[in-house]
Design a protein around this ligand. Structure first.
Ligand code: SAH
Ligand code: SF4
Length: 342
């Protein structure tokens, strides 16, 4: 039997797990159907995670990177980046200020930077944890299992490692020298080590097909991530993909909405890359399933040099602007750490 868009939408809102073909059909929706998809995601969001929007302060503490991802402005071969590393004192200080502004989670993010050894990172995590008590999320790329375990023992709560794309050929083309199996293995190890695991995918990578995207949605659902960042690809001029087209807003919002409907209670951020495409996109994402915002708390002197993609520093909203947006939407700021199962 061939099901129509509205029938599949109704079924998945009720908990039905769609096939890949049905996901493809949902993702090829026309505009009015896309609105229905986003409205359904908004209802599922309200029912399963409520009206709270969790704020995670992100500090981008190093832009050194040994990888050469084709999509990313921080890739090692981009010689035009002014590289910086924040000191342990600076990181602890920023975390303290985030806490005093009422944030409940601090995300420590960097390029893949081996200068931050297991020991150095352990010390930073301990100090942040002891002085603030905040939930600590790490986003440092792929590291050996023993690093993940050591940092967990020091008090890290969550780890953010996007799978980027579930297509092996695309992943391995765009991340030279890296294997998708290692990435997926890291995600498994992180879960086993007791982290809440965040992941996610990039929408609109050059060469990505609608089928790849349907597979990504299925992959997110099967893996049962605690957080999923869905963001469009933004070309960076100083990368091999600099002349490619960006991801499409409606497609990214559609995938976000579908991810909400299917995963039910996962934490879904309204990503900064969405608002690079369109200043209204952050609001639209919050009305299409998203329940997390990530204000940038990186000191201004550094922030401008953390250009994973262009427009990032400018697209970030200050915390007071985010707060205003939350109230305008009739939502509330999360009062706890906003763990998935809390
Ligand atoms: N080095 C770490 C964390 C920093 S990169 C890592 O790679 O995991 C954080 C995320 O930025 C990546 O996971 C990727 O999804 C995203 N990103 C990088 N370049 C991008 C681009 N041009 N457009 C959209 N997202 C991008
Ligand atoms: Fe480095 Fe992460 Fe950028 Fe890849 S995406 S080049 S690992 S910062």
């Amino acid at each position: 039997m061939v099901l129509k868009f509205s029938e599949i939408l109704q079924a998945i809102e009720g908990g039905y797990r769609p096939s890949k073909e049905e996901i493809l059909l949902l993702l090829s929706a026309e505009e009015s159907q896309m609105n229905d998809l986003q409205d359904a995601a908004d209802r599922v969001r309200r029912k399963f995670v409520g009206d709270e929007i969790h704020l995670r302060g992100i500090v981008e503490f190093s832009n050194f990177c040994i990888q050469n991802c084709w999509y990313c402005g921080l890739r090692q071969e981009n010689r035009q980046v002014d590289r910086y590393r924040m000191t342990a004192d600076e990181i602890v200080d920023v975390a303290g200020r985030a806490k005093s502004r009422g944030l409940k989670t601090i995300v420590l993010q960097s390029g893949e930077d081996p200068w931050f050894t297991r020991e150095r990172m352990s010390e930073i995590i301990s100090r942040v944890k002891k002085s603030t008590g905040l939930a600590v999320t790490l986003s440092l790329g792929e590291r050996p299992e023993e690093d993940y375990r050591a940092w967990k023992r020091k008090g890290a709560d969550r780890y953010l490692l996007k799978f980027e794309t579930s297509s092996q050929s695309l992943f391995e083309r765009l991340r030279p020298g890296r294997k998708i199996s290692d990435r997926l293995n890291s995600l498994k190890i992180l879960k086993k080590a007791g982290y809440e695991v965040g992941s996610g995918n990039i929408i609109g990578l050059p060469g990505q097909t609608p089928e790849d995207l349907a597979n990504d949605v299925k992959f997110s659902l099967d893996y049962d991530f605690d957080m999923i960042g869905v963001g469009p690809f933004i070309p960076h001029p100083q990368t091999p993909l600099g002349r490619s087209s960006p991801g499409m807003l409606t497609q990214a919002l559609g995938i976000l909405a579908l991810t909400r409907i299917l995963t039910r209670d996962t934490n879904l951020p309204a990503t900064t890359s969405l608002s690079v495409l369109n200043p209204e996109a952050r609001r639209r994402a919050l009305q299409a399933g998203a329940n997390v915002l990530m204000p940038d708390v990186t000191p201004w002197v550094y922030r401008q040099h953390y250009q994973i993609y262009p427009g990032k520093a400018q697209a970030k909203l200050e915390e007071d602007e985010l707060t205003e947006l939350i109230f305008r939407l009739g939502r509330k700021i999360g009062r706890g750490p906003g763990s998935r199962k809390s």
